[in-house]
Design a binder for this molecule. Structure first.
Ligand SMILES: [Zn+2]
Length: 188
């Protein structure tokens, strides 16, 4: 019976449980980092991010018009001293599947994971129609001026995620979806 144990032993038990919980959290974080930084470039991995001109599949396999718009915007941002980095671009279906499995493990359910990571069948990253931008300054610059290049934030909960909306050059960007589950493409 737990209640019969001396208080010190119970405290020691609680402490070792806490150590165990902390240790597994550290291991989970390390595994996450290792998996995300060790993705094969052939699957769209860009360890630590890359430039918009990089000769890697994550950039090369983007839709041509999206890549052109991104390069044009990045060149103009660079003139203001801001570097636009690609933290994710095109991804293989198998890499997207991996990300989804990770998200289900992290968020506890498929429904919750879907708010952050679409499936290989619905992700615009897999078709080369989306880029994730790194650097707070670059994101802020693109949020402000991206529409002029047709580059729009699509999801309210993902300020790093941009897609090409050519009509935005004239009309401005459409209002973003709250999260990917509100995107009609997620249900196709
Ligand atoms: Zn994205």
């Amino acid at each position: 019976m737990l209640s019969n144990l001396p208080v010190r032993r119970r405290l020691a038990g609680a402490r070792s449980l806490l150590v165990l919980v902390l240790a597994s959290a550290v291991i989970a974080a390390a595994l996450h980092w290792w998996r995300s930084s060790s993705t094969d470039p052939a699957d769209g991995g860009v360890s630590g991010g890359t430039t918009v001109d990089a000769d890697v599949p994550a950039v090369e396999n983007l839709d041509d018009d999206l890549r052109d718009a991104l390069r044009e915007a990045a060149a103009d941002a660079a003139e203001e001293g801001i570097e636009v980095r690609v933290t994710s671009g095109w991804r293989s279906a198998s890499h997207q599947k991996e990300l989804l499995e990770q998200a289900v493990a992290e968020h506890g359910s498929e429904a919750e994971a879907a708010r952050w990571v679409p499936t290989p069948d619905t992700s615009p990253h897999v078709t080369g129609d989306a880029v994730d931008i790194g650097g707070a300054e670059a994101r802020a610059w693109l949020a402000r001026f991206g529409a002029g290049y047709g580059l729009c934030q699509v999801y309210g909960n993902e300020p790093w995620h941009f897609e090409l909306r050519p009509e935005a050059v004239e009309d401005g960007c459409p209002p973003p979806y709250a999260d990917p589950t509100h995107d009609p493409r997620s249900h196709s």
